[in-house]
Write a protein that binds this ligand. Structure first.
Ligand code: PEP
Ligand code: MG
Length: 576
């Protein structure tokens, strides 16, 4: 029977396909006695499972295309190395003999001992390696117990055309799934601006998060419709539902095709206001997309991807190569490289660890982490400054909250520039240095920040989170996540005004900039630079080109100053 479930649509579009449920529940391992006469057979059983695990992992590794996955491949290599280490199997074999127990149980005991040893290590980085032990052991146990491996890790196309249902997904899962032809995903948890959701938009697959207990209602292989625009999941759809959603799919395809003609067109309102439309990029695949869609710049290059799915850190050369690829691909348009914004929702495997932070979003992330972790930050800084010799590069600081941080970064850049000059290495001495305005403290004091910086870019994903005090990845408070909250709009408006007064450009690169429901309002607030994912750029241009700014600036000011909330709503309604 057809049924409907709701979540938060985070990546637009409609997909129709069969469900694949990812269960990451821990395996249940029982101990049983193995008689002496069967011990050798048990050991062979273990060796066969280890052999099978190696083959499976190599197959996973081979299916990963060379372009994105040096990092993911390195992650898999670590596991292969463990499987190939004879000490690893030797210990488990010894336990089977000593305790006359089954192979699964011996592996469990070995795992527990190793995890304990890792837990006791001083070095926070080494402590994180216990996850590898877990992954490798459960892979072998899964084989011993005849459990199917997680399908999205399987070689070939076994999840091609399927809708993935999971409690949560890591960014690496999202990439791997797209490479394997997954057509949509639904998760129990997550928010619209979590990193996973942003990545899904960038990969162009419909996605829904916060669909609580979805795994209770949907069974493996059941046909589902995923409406990522409305956040609706239709289970076991009847013919009329399928016809309706196929119609929606064709309609969207036609709409997207109709926008193609705008690629070369300027973004200009009906009354002649020129708008810059920049692209947000993250995955290497986005670079060409930004170019193809006719972006007039890259307003945000999220460099976190360089740090993910690996245990080491990218060195200066690796950073430099990535930036050079981007600059060459974009052929002369300005490129805004944001220094690393790791921490909170953008965690990474090489995380220095320490005790888990109670409020990671308020903790050591972004520029705070950079300034405290020289090995993460300096190679990147040097690479960005060197890359500035290759084309128009701008450096952007994430999560700036004090003027002192801005001063430190500027001083660090000068140090790098002096050093490069001494060694006769080229760079652009006038490389603009700007910041994300995404912390209320920075937005409120934007006028003083503007004196030290060359540009601003408003990060609404975090600005909304910090202004309304709602965790952007906590689905329980998704309902409060409101870009139209008046406090947020006041901060946006104040930042644009401060930038205008200081004569520096102000862009917006948060997800709000790519949501066409807000385009007219943002134009009314004076925004003239939008930075959006390439897949959204033409839609935003389409709306800009049909908008008349006219007297909306006055109306916006009136709305923001209205004493009565009802009056605010009424005036706002006229700006949307
Ligand atoms: C933002 O916060 O709006 C933003 C663009 O940065 P990120 O989503 O990467 O935190
Ligand atoms: Mg941010």
């Amino acid at each position: 029977m057809t049924f409907t479930l709701h979540g938060v649509g985070v990546s637009r579009g409609v997909a129709i396909g069969r469900a694949h449920i990812i269960e990451r529940a821990e395996l249940e391992i029982d101990e049983y006695h193995v008689p002496d006469s069967d011990i050798n057979r048990e050991i062979i059983r273990l060796r066969d499972a280890v052999h099978q695990a190696k083959q499976d992992l190599r197959a996973v590794r081979n299916q990963i295309p060379a372009s994105t996955t040096a990092d993911i491949a390195a992650f898999i290599d670590t596991h292969l190395l463990m499987l190939e280490d004879s000490a690893f199997t030797f210990d488990a074999e010894r336990l089977i003999r000593k305790l006359s127990c089954n192979a699964e149980w011996a592996l469990k005991l070995q795992r527990d001992a190793l995890v304990k040893a890792f837990d006791e290590m001083e070095d926070a980085y080494l402590r994180t390696r216990k996850d590898d032990v877990d992954h490798v052991v459960s892979r072998i146990q899964r084989i011993l117990l005849n459990h199917a491996p997680l399908k999205h890790e399987m070689p070939g196309n076994r999840i091609k055309g399927m809708v993935v249902i999971a409690d949560d997904l890591t960014p690496a899962d999202t990439v791997l799934m797209q490479r394997n032809g997954v057509i949509a995903f639904v998760t129990d948890y997550g928010g619209p601006t979590s990193h996973m959701s942003i990545l899904a938009r960038s990969l162009g697959i419909p996605g829904i998060v916060g669909a609580h207990r979805i795994r209770r209602y949907v069974s493996e292989n059941e046909v589902l419709v995923i409406d990522g625009t409305e956040g609706v999941i239709v289970g076991d759809p009847d013919e009329s539902a399928i016809t309706y959603y196929r119609g929606r799919q064709s309609e969207r395809k036609r709409h997207i095709e109709s926008l193609e003609g705008l690629r070369g067109a300027a973004a200009i309102t009906l009354d002649g206001y020129q708008v810059e439309l920049h692209a947000n990029v993250e995955l290497p695949g986005d670079f060409a997309a930004a170019h193809n869609v006719g972006a007039s710049g890259v307003g945000l290059y999220r460099t976190e991807f360089l740090y993910m799915n690996r245990y080491d850190e990218p060195d200066e050369e690796e950073h430099f190569r990535a930036y050079r690829t981007l600059i060459r691909e974009l052929d002369g348009i300005p490129v805004t490289i944001r220094t690393l914004d790791l921490g909170a929702d953008k965690d990474f495997d090489g995380n220095a660890g320490g005790p888990p932070a109670a409020n990671p979003a308020l903790g050591l992330r972004a520029i705070r982490l950079s300034l405290q972790e020289p090995t993460l930050y300096w190679p990147q800084l040097r690479a960005i400054v060197r890359a500035s010799a290759l084309g128009p590069v701008r450096l952007m600081i994430p999560m700036l909250s004090t003027l002192d941080e801005a001063r430190q970064v500027v001083a660090n850049i000068r140090t790098v520039q002096n050093d490069l000059a001494r060694h006769k290495v080229a760079f652009d001495p006038n490389m603009p240095i700007g910041a994300m305005i995404e912390v209320p403290a920075a937005a409120i004091c934007a006028d003083s920040f503007a004196r030290y910086l060359d540009f601003f870019s408003i990060g609404t994903n975090d600005l909304i989170q910090y202004t309304i005090a709602i965790d952007r990845i906590n689905d329980a408070v998704n309902y409060l996540y409101d870009p139209l909250n008046r406090a947020v709009l006041r901060l946006i408006s104040g930042t644009i005004d401060a930038g205008d007064a200081a004569g520096i450009p102000v862009a917006m690169c948060g997800e709000m900039a790519g949501d066409v429901r807000y385009t007219r309002l943002l134009l009314a607030l004076g925004l003239r630079q939008f930075s959006v994912h390439p897949s959204l750029l033409l839609e935003v241009k389409h709306v800009i080109n049909q908008t008349r700014v006219g007297g909306t600036a006055d109306l916006a000011r009136q709305a923001l100053n209205a004493a009565d909330p009802e009056e605010f709503k009424m005036l706002l309604g006229q700006l949307l």
